[in-house]
Design a protein around this ligand. Structure first.
Ligand code: F3S
Length: 63
């Protein structure tokens, strides 16, 4: 499983890196970015789905 953030959609709400800090981090301006190229480690699949469900801009996609 991989996650991806669409930078055109992300408005920096920060829920992704609050809820799933193993998968997302904040850039210098507070926008979300994926950690480790977006690869979801084993055991983090639920958190990945949680982040997808909680992004108000629907900017996160699971690949
Ligand atoms: Fe951006 Fe959504 Fe995260 S708007 S900072 S991808 S919660």
């Amino acid at each position: 499983m991989k996650v991806k953030i669409d930078p055109e959609r992300c408005q920096g709400h920060g829920r992704c890196y609050d809820l799933a800090p193993a998968l997302f981090a904040e850039d210098d301006e507070g926008y979300g970015q994926v950690v480790g190229g977006g690869a979801v480690p084993e055991g983090e699949e639920r958190t990945a789905r949680l982040a997808v469900a909680n992004c108000p801009e629907r900017a996160i996609e699971i690949l």
